[in-house]
Structures are given as C-alpha cells and as structure tokens.
Ligand binder design. Sequence first.
Ligand code: FES
Length: 108
Amino acid sequence: MDDLGLGNMAWKKVAEKNDVAPGKGREFVVDGKKIAIFNQNGFHALDSVCVHQDGSLAPGKLEGDVVECPLHFWHYNIKTGELLDYIKGVKLQTYKVEVKNDGIYLDL
Ligand code: FES
C-alpha cells in the first residue's frame, strides 16, 4: 500500500519548531498534500483530510491521542491515523516526525 521503496522516502523540513503550539495542530501543504502536525505529547503527523467530507483535522479538538474533526465530530487517533467512528479499517497515512535544531522534519 505505502510501499514506496526506501529510495523514495526522504526527510523534509516542514515547519519551524514553534510553528505548532503545545496542545494544538496545524496544517501544512507539502508537495500538494495536506498534512496535519499535532503537538500533543510529542509531535505527530498525519494526512489532515477527514474521510467523511474532507474537513481539515488540524484545528480539531485534541483529547489524549484523539482528534475530533471540527465539521461533524468524527474521531481519529493521531498516532496511528485510525478512524475511531462508524467505519472499520480506515486509516489516514501517518508520517514519522523528527525535531531537529532547525525545525520539524517529516519522513515523506
Ligand atoms: S468532514 Fe470530518 S466529520 Fe465530516
């Protein structure tokens, strides 16, 4: 599914370290793709487009590992990307995050 081969994976700087406030998320467009980075017990990154009706998850309310879509309140685990309501087996793509001295990097 996400087997791009190791050669295609690359760390890319996406944000400055203080771009995402603690307890919040923010959306970044990377190579045309909308990705949400959450600052909640460490940084977590996943596709930010809700599978229901394309709501942006980045401004959603966080509770523990769970973000609530602001539009109709579907819930996702921000560490696994898993949708927690209604449909089984739906997972948003997640990305590894590394915080370096000069910013936040994602493995894309
Ligand atoms: S668009 Fe996310 S719950 Fe409807």
